[in-house]
Design a protein around this ligand. Structure first.
Ligand SMILES: Nc1ncnc2c1ncn2[C@@H]1O[C@H](COP(=O)(O)OP(=O)(O)O)[C@@H](O)[C@H]1O
Ligand SMILES: [Mg+2]
Length: 243
């Protein structure tokens, strides 16, 4: 399977095929944190489906398990029970190397602090190109520029993170997240540090890019984030609350 122009790999086309598996699935997951003195069950019997081409928003009070769920979906952490599938693959059945490869190819994770998502010594174009290469789907400078243009960052293409506002940094992080078409982009409270105008531009970018086939899962208390949701996951004390 090769494309005529070589611009998209078989895996890329697979990811947007109508019968492609969901971006990610958690089935009956449980996560317990144990310290010397106590054990906290952060997630208890949680089943969620993160579809492609949609924005799923995870809501719930502080301590309800949102970040724990996002870390499982992003393959940063493993459940104590239950299954996690990313792009149709059972994460727990993979060895360390295959799991790392799956995460690298199929998952992007965005931190709340925009600066933490970027490398200080690379300009915006180089940042996007590095993210694409690490995902095994290198892009030309022109393609990186086109993506930045779509996110309103054309004038910032040769700027380093320190020269960008928080909102611009977060849009650049979104560009790095979606380039190379991963199945899943995970963002833990991505607008918490942004003012309204900047948050809205980040969210419009996410909404626009989700339509191309990536599954976004975003945790937030922010009503602005809820406004772009195609679906919700509600948590309370680590349990799923019926919508
Ligand atoms: N590394 C950890 N060690 C111990 N307890 C943790 C750890 N991470 C989270 N918790 C606890 O798990 C519960 C869920 O936390 P978290 O997933 O961060 O919730 P949220 O993101 O909704 O605020 C909380 O009670 C929290 O204190
Ligand atoms: Mg959290």
């Amino acid at each position: 399977m090769t494309s005529d122009d070589g611009s998209s790999s078989a895996a890329d086309r697979l990811s947007t095929a109508p019968d492609a598996p969901p971006a990610a699935v958690c089935r009956r997951v449980r996560k317990t944190y144990r310290t010397a003195t106590e054990s906290v069950t952060a997630l208890d019997d949680v089943t969620v489906d993160i579809p492609r081409a949609q924005v799923t928003v995870v809501v719930g009070p502080s301590g309800s398990g949102k970040s724990s769920l996002l870390r499982l979906l992003a393959c940063i952490d493993s459940p104590d029970a239950g299954e996690v599938l990313v792009a149709g693959q059972r994460v727990d059945r993979l060895g360390a190397r295959a799991r790392r490869a799956l995460r690298q190819r199929q998952v992007a994770y965005l931190f709340q602090r925009p600066g933490e998502n970027l490398l200080p010594y690379l300009d915006a174009v180089a940042q996007v190109r590095l993210a694409a290469s690490l995902r095994g789907a290198p892009v030309t400078a022109a393609a990186a520029l086109a993506l930045l243009d779509r996110l309103g960052l054309r004038e910032r293409a040769d700027h380093h993170p320190a020269q960008l506002s928080g909102g611009e940094q977060q849009r650049l992080a979104v560009a790095c997240g979606v380039v190379g078409e991963p199945a899943l982009v995970v963002a833990d409270e991505p607008t918490a540090e942004l003012d309204t105008a900047a948050a809205e531009r980040v969210l419009v970018a996410m909404e626009d890019l989700a339509a191309a086939g990536v599954g976004f899962v975003i945790s937030s208390h922010d009503p602005r984030v809820m406004a772009i949701a195609d679906g919700f996951v509600r948590l309370d004390h680590g349990r799923l609350v019926a919508s």
